[in-house]
Design a protein around this ligand. Structure first.
Ligand code: DC
Length: 247
């Protein structure tokens, strides 16, 4: 079997008739910049599942309203935009990434800017937005075989998900990772600004009235402050195996 991460030597031999026959949904929730997407993508690739980045959907709505000069706190105006918004995912043929499309346009790069990051938590507080996106997310998971990451996936979107993982890490570790990603992509960013944005998003995401980021006892907790990608992947695959076998 191919190792999932270059040089990792991870070779778990976990694929078997049971894993393939019994497709499950995997919910990965947690704080911003915890590496949820990285783990979710690796699991989806390994299992042949669909990876859905639900945060990208909230970011897509945010980009739409910013581009239409609507204030992110103007709930009525934001809600009135929703019928004009269509969000899809499509594999980008040059990068192989599963990019998000807003009304048919690839906006994967634009939604990663601090402009969008600075407004998305406000938009994600709005119940009409959450209803709109949760409905779309639930439709994507109907056939099973989905790995979705976000904040409310195991609590609201797929409360019956066979596997729920809650990822966390210290805010300094997360800000450093995010800062390095932004720098690598050529963005102009300051570490302090990234840290402040992340802490403010954590605060809003976990204290909002509608679907706050929270965890129930059926989650597996994965604190990755000091874990390599390979170690996280190994832990998660062990949980996948248990969940697929109904354990
Ligand atoms: O995962 P992310 O940083 O791309 O998410 C962007 C924002 O969207 C984040 O501040 C919280 C919100 N979000 C949410 O409320 N519910 C989700 N399922 C996913 C993201």
């Amino acid at each position: 079997m191919r190792p999932r991460f270059p040089n990792s030597g991870v070779n778990l031999h976990l694929r078997g008739p049971d894993l393939n026959a019994n497709k499950i949904n995997i919910a990965i929730d947690g704080y911003s910049s915890c590496g949820k997407g990285t783990l979710a993508k690796a699991l989806a690739r390994e299992l042949g599942y669909k990876f859905i980045d639900s945060g990208a959907m909230y970011r897509a709505v945010t980009l739409y309203i910013l581009n239409h000069n609507i204030h992110p706190e103007d709930e009525a105006a934001v809600a009135s935009c929703l019928p004009h918004i269509r969000i899809d995912f499509a594999v980008n043929s040059s990068t192989g990434r599963n990019d998000v499309l807003l009304n048919g346009r690839d906006i994967e790069q634009e939604i990663r800017t601090l402009r969008v990051a600075g407004a998305v938590s406000q938009v994600a507080r709005i119940t009409a937005v959450r209803r709109f996106l949760v409905q779309a997310q639930q439709a994507m998971g109907r056939e099973k075989g989905v790995v979705m990451d976000g904040r409310d996936i195991g609590t609201v979107v797929f409360p019956d998900a066979e596997l729920k993982i809650f990822m966390t890490a210290s805010s300094e570790v997360r800000a450093q990772r995010r800062y390095e990603e932004l720098k690598a992509s050529g963005a102009d960013a300051e570490y302090e600004e990234v840290l402040a944005n992340l802490q403010e998003r954590d605060r809003i995401d976990s204290t909002r009235k509608d679907s706050p980021l929270t965890m129930t006892s059926d989650y597996h907790v994965l604190d990755n402050s000091h874990l390599s990608r390979e170690e996280q992947f190994e832990m998660a695959m062990e949980w996948v195996r248990e969940a697929s076998l109904g354990g």
